[in-house]
Write a protein that binds this ligand. Structure first.
Ligand SMILES: Nc1nc2c(c(=O)[nH]1)N[C@H]1C(S)=C(S)[C@@H](COP(=O)(O)OP(=O)(O)OC[C@H]3O[C@@H](n4cnc5c(=O)[nH]c(N)nc54)[C@H](O)[C@@H]3O)O[C@H]1N2
Ligand SMILES: Nc1nc2c(c(=O)[nH]1)N[C@H]1C(S)=C(S)[C@@H](COP(=O)(O)OP(=O)(O)OC[C@H]3O[C@@H](n4cnc5c(=O)[nH]c(N)nc54)[C@H](O)[C@@H]3O)O[C@H]1N2
Ligand SMILES: [Mo]
Length: 677
């Protein structure tokens, strides 16, 4: 029998360095297969295993997906819901929110969202309603990378203009500092990093697959990277690899920084970080001679002193003159403005009727939600805070408040959705058009609708348009259809494409040649130069320069707990897919053989991890990829699918970083002991 088959070319909008091109095969109008686009430079015909399984599994399984609006029909948290018609749901949500805004002020309505999808409209359009309502935004980046943004802002005035990965062809060295693309960007790892002609130096407390494949792996104790950076800078200066002309013309503060480098000898660095002095010497030479690229990972800054860490590491390109030339520069992430995307057009901050309420850090969300007077309602889209946020137990309790009116937009019935008053079914990226702006490669990609959403599900932005109507808002921005937003964004981008052309090409790179980061060597800082010392930082209560400090080692029998990305799960996405879960296996804790032996633990044992925030039982894997004093348990599971009803974030106290009130999740400390011992 012949079936009517067709293909649609689209893009993966997960929060991942890869942004893979996808080919969707349709048979008789329904999706029959989702795979990598053979013509896409990143995916090259192959999706990563998690996306391949998930997009051909739970994401297209109508039994797993939310297909109708649901209203709570029992006590908060007991999981009972009843289907309800869209119009009834929206009318009730509209009147509840209006009443809360009128009675208690719109700022008592909190809005939390993040990168469950990074496509422009599904990510940002709902902010139009948040602005119009005057509600309080829970600062999205504070659960991920805000310390790094703030820190790079002090030094370079900009954290979202990174190197162009295409310039790797000109680099003699690539220094990957606290990123693990073998998990967090598997195609970037395979096709970009491993294919690069230069030598690769990796700085990571774990011997990740990326570290294993590198020419040189420096394995510091977590949180000691600022000391390591100062030690590298000591060698760079001592060996005449500091670019004095660059320092004189394009930086301020060298005279304040230079004296700090003197004591930071490789021997001192070894003491402070655990990295052998000889490796510090070698890495400094490789990086300092250049041309060199520096990739500053996001795991790097999730430390108590993460801001100081990023500021210290960010000195390297400026001191060694690895800026403004082919094969040089640093990358934290490439923001959408570099593709000409007008973020304010998407989110329309001008819709705010009065001064916007201060944002709340995700680190303080549990506490804020406990405050009845300050938080009456919560809107959530693209997040599963009950899984991904710190203080998991405390947050769950706060979300159980009967008088907190919670509305969750979701694809799946997550732990967060379980605690909602209304769950609104969202369409997935396979079901509507949008724009994807990769945050590694300098390109722009089309997300193209391949099929209708299941049941009554709708894209976030359509849900928001309908909700705005129910709230009685008639601003044209809240009625603007998707195609108008998309075409306006493309027009303003200056890339000379409309959506049809972009969709036909899938992904369009920014020009033919690599863009040089900070080509004119002018920096959007107050001085117009790289600020090795920063008056702005000082005004904000920080030291003028970064400092050669490292976090204290855990005392007593505690271990430092890292919970980075797993190759099998993406944040909390895919953790509900049966095949993905089978591949990922049970939740584990990796322990160094010495730490395991000391605690009488061996492979397969159950261990209790405990601290003031919570307690968690995990299966032990003894492994020398971790160093003594460090335990590893990957992020990304759903509490309700775990035997103990909790995940690693039950152990995350939510202590904010030194800058940006951001997550210090990799600073958590725990005791580890046998379950029955
Ligand atoms: N222990 C520990 N915790 C961490 C981290 C860590 O390193 N360690 N990392 C942190 C980081 S970096 C991040 S970014 C956060 C991420 O944490 P989350 O934002 O909670 O996780 P995601 O899985 O990215 O996305 C959340 C939800 O978005 C939904 N979603 C996907 N597409 C759509 C859509 O189109 N519409 C709607 N309405 N929903 C959609 C998915 O189904 C998913 O449930 O976790 C943080 N938590
Ligand atoms: N498969 C998969 N891919 C993902 C994600 C996922 O959950 N799963 N999450 C996505 C998201 S939201 C983000 S933000 C990115 C993050 O991706 P990355 O930037 O790669 O960050 P992480 O995976 O959090 O951590 C990277 C590395 O930082 C190391 N690290 C931890 N503490 C320190 C330290 O003190 N010093 C140094 N030098 N290194 C340290 C960890 O050991 C880890 O190997 O990945 C994205 N891609
Ligand atoms: Mo993230």
């Amino acid at each position: 029998m012949s079936t009517n088959t067709a293909t649609v070319r689209t893009t993966c909008p997960r929060d991942c360095y890869d942004s893979c091109g996808i080919v969707v095969t349709l048979a008789g109008g329904a999706i029959s297969n989702v795979r990598g686009d053979p013509e896409h430079p990143v995916s090259r015909g192959k999706l990563c295993p998690k996306c391949s399984l998930g997009y051909n599994g739970a994401w297209r399984d109508p039994a797993a997906r939310l297909t109708r609006p649901l209203r709570r029909a029992g006590a908060k948290g007991d999981g009972r819901f009843e289907p309800v018609a869209w119009d009834d749901a929206l009318a009730d949500i509209g009147s509840r929110l209006s009443a809360i805004a009128a009675e208690h002020g719109p700022e008592t309505i909190l809005a939390t969202h993040y990168t469950g999808t990074i496509s422009q409209l599904a990510y940002g359009f709902p902010m139009r309603l948040v602005h119009r309502l005057g509600s309080t935004e829970v600062d999205p980046d504070t659960v991920c990378n805000n310390a790094g943004h703030v820190a790079l802002g002090y030094v370079y005035g900009d954290s979202e203009t990174g190197f162009d990965p295409r310039t790797a062809r000109d680099a003699a060295c690539i220094l990957v500092w606290g990123a693990n693309p073998s998990a967090s960007g598997p195609h970037v790892d395979e096709h970009w990093l491993r294919a690069a002609p230069g030598c690769v130096v990796v700085v990571d407390p774990i011997r990740t697959e990326t570290a294993r494949a590198a020419d040189l792996h420096l394995q510091p104790f977590p949180g000691t990277d600022a000391a390591l950076a100062f030690s590298l800078l000591h060698v760079i200066r001592r060996d005449g690899l500091a670019d004095t002309a660059f320092l004189a013309e394009h930086t301020v503060g060298w005279e304040e920084l230079e004296p700090l480098l003197g004591p930071c000898t490789p021997g001192w660095g070894e003491q402070a970080t655990g990295v052998p002095a000889a490796l510090i010497e070698e890495a400094a030479r490789l990086y300092g001679e250049g041309p060199s690229l520096l990739w500053l990972g996001q795991g790097l800054q999730r430390q108590r002193t993460g801001g100081n860490v990023i500021r210290a590491c960010a000195l390297l390109p400026a001191v060694s003159g690895n800026l403004g030339l082919p094969g040089t520069g640093f990358l934290y992430l490439n923001g959408s403005a570099s593709r000409g995307i007008d973020g304010d057009y998407v989110t329309a901050p001008h819709l705010a009727r009065s001064a916007r309420p201060d944002k709340v850090s995700q680190m303080h969300l549990a506490r804020r939600l406990e405050d009845v007077a300050a938080s009456r309602a919560l809107l959530a889209w693209n997040v599963n805070i009950a899984a991904s946020n710190p203080e998991q137990t405390r947050l769950r309790q706060a979300l159980c408040r009967d008088d907190l009116f919670t509305v969750v937009l979701e694809l799946f019935q997550t732990d967060t959705a379980d605690l909602a008053d209304y769950v609104l079914p969202a369409a997935s990226f396979l079901e509507f058009d949008d724009l994807v702006v990769p945050y590694f490669d300098l390109a722009l990609s089309a997300q193209v609708k391949a099929a209708d959403p299941p049941g009554e599900a709708l894209p976030n932005q359509e849900i928001v348009r309908r909700l705005a109507r129910a709230l009685g808002f008639d601003d044209p921005e809240l009625r603007e259809p998707d195609d108008s937003v998309i075409e306006t964004l493309l027009e303003r981008s200056g890339l000379g494409l409309d959506f049809a052309e972009l969709a036909a090409r899938g992904t369009v790179p920014l020009g033919d040649e690599p863009v040089i980061q900070f080509a004119g060597l002018s920096f959007p800082t107050p001085s117009g130069r790289v600020e090795l010392a920063s008056a702005r930082a000082e005004l904000d209560g920080h030291p003028r320069t970064p400092l050669p400090l490292g976090d204290e080692r855990p005392t007593g029998d505690r271990l430092r707990l890292l919970s980075p990305a797993s190759p099998w799960i993406l944040n909390d996405s895919f953790a509900n897919d049966a095949k993905v879960l089978r591949q990922a296996g049970p939740a584990t804790v990796l322990l160094h053989p010495a730490d395991a032996a000391e605690r009488g633990l061996a492979d397969g044992h159950e261990a209790v991890l405990e601290n003031a925030a919570g307690r968690l039982v995990l299966r032990v894997v003894v492994s020398d990829v971790v160093q003594p004093g460090v335990a590893v348990s990957h992020k990304g599971r759903w509490p309700k699918l775990e035997p103990g009803g909790a995940t690693v974030n039950a152990l995350n106290p939510g202590e904010p970083t030194d800058m940006g009130e951001s997550t210090s999740v990799h600073s958590a400390e725990v005791t580890v002991s046998p379950l029955c011992g």
